[in-house]
Design a binder for this molecule. Structure first.
Ligand SMILES: Nc1ncnc2c1ncn2[C@@H]1O[C@H](COP(=O)(O)OP(=O)(O)O)[C@@H](O)[C@H]1O
Ligand SMILES: [Mg+2]
Length: 231
C-alpha cells in the first residue's frame, strides 16, 4: 500500500465509517502511520461554535489518534451542518466544494503520514456539485478502493452497479466488504449474495463484518480479528 485507500459504499449508512475505523486501527496496530480523512462531511454537529465532523471523530477516537488543529482541518476540509447530499449542503452554505482544495489537503496529509484512509460521502455517484460526483474525487485521488455493502436483500443490484462505475472510471477496486448493521445471523440470502456478487462482479470479497453491539464504541475485538482478512 503506498498512499492509502478510499472507502466507498453502496449507500449511506452501510458501514463505511466502521470499516474505515477498523482498517485504520488495524494498520496502526501493525506500526503503520495511518490517518483518516473525510473529505466532505455533512450532518456535522456544533461544539463551542465550531462544526465537528462525526465520522472523522469516530475514526480518530476508534484508532486513538489526537491530531493537532492543522491536521484536523486537513482531514476534513468541508464540513456542513445539514444532513443531506454534499452538493445540496454546499449550495445551502454558499460554499462550493473544490476538488482541487481536497487534493491539496490530501497531499499535505500524505507528506506527513504513511497512509491515508479516506472515507467517501454516500455512494460513488453522490454529487458534490451540480457537475461533479464522489467518483470525480475518487478519480483525482486515484487510490485503491474498498466498497462497503449490505449483506442482505437488495444488495446485489446496488453492489454490481457500484462496481461497474468504479471500473468504468478505471479505478483499482481491491474488493467488497459486507457489513451487517442490523442484528441477526447471515442466512441463505446473505450467503448467496456474497457468492453471486463475487461471480458476476468478478470481484474479491474481502470480508464479512457481523453485527456487533460494540460497534459504536471502543475497539471491538471480534471485528478487529476480521480486519486481518480484509488486509
Ligand atoms: N458491524 C456493525 N455492527 C453494529 N452496528 C454497526 C455495524 N456497522 C455499522 N454499524 C452502525 O450502523 C450505522 C451506520 O454505520 P456507518 O459506519 O456510520 O455507515 P456509513 O459511514 O456508511 O454512513 C452506525 O450507527 C454504526 O454504528
Ligand atoms: Mg460514514
Amino acid at each position: 500500500m503506498n498512499k492509502g485507500l478510499f472507502i466507498t459504499g453502496t449507500d449511506t449508512g452501510v458501514g463505511k465509517t466502521v470499516v474505515s475505523s477498523i482498517l485504520l486501527a488495524s494498520l496502526r496496530q501493525s506500526g503503520i502511520d495511518a490517518v483518516p480523512m473525510k473529505p466532505v462531511q455533512t450532518g456535522c454537529t456544533s461544539r463551542k461554535g465550531k462544526l465537528v465532523a462525526p465520522d472523522l471523530e469516530f475514526m480518530l477516537d476508534f484508532a486513538g489518534i489526537k491530531p493537532d488543529k492543522i491536521s484536523l482541518n486537513l482531514m476534513c476540509p468541508y464540513k456542513f451542518k445539514p444532513e443531506c447530499s454534499p452538493h445540496l449542503a454546499a449550495t445551502m452554505a454558499g460554499k462550493p466544494i473544490s476538488l482541487s482544495r481536497i487534493m491539496a489537503a490530501f497531499k499535505k496529509l500524505t507528506r506527513k503520514h504513511q497512509v491515508v484512509i479516506a472515507e467517501g460521502a454516500g455512494g460513488v455517484l453522490a454529487p458534490v456539485s451540480d457537475r461533479k460526483t464522489m467518483l470525480n474525487l475518487m478519480k483525482l485521488l486515484n487510490l485503491p478502493i474498498i466498497l462497503v455493502a449490505r449483506p442482505g436483500l437488495g444488495t446485489i443490484n446496488h453492489t454490481l452497479l457500484s462496481i461497474r462505475e468504479i471500473r468504468r472510471a478505471r479505478l483499482e477496486l481491491k474488493g467488497v466488504i459486507f457489513n451487517q448493521t442490523k442484528p441477526g445471523n447471515p442466512g441463505y440470502i446473505e450467503k448467496d449474495n456474497m457468492k453471486i456478487i463475487a461471480r458476476l462482479g468478478k470481484v474479491k470479497i474481502l470480508g464479512f463484518i457481523p453485527f456487533t453491539s460494540e460497534a459504536p464504541r471502543g475497539l471491538p475485538r471480534g471485528i478487529l480479528a476480521k480486519a486481518s482478512e480484509i488486509r
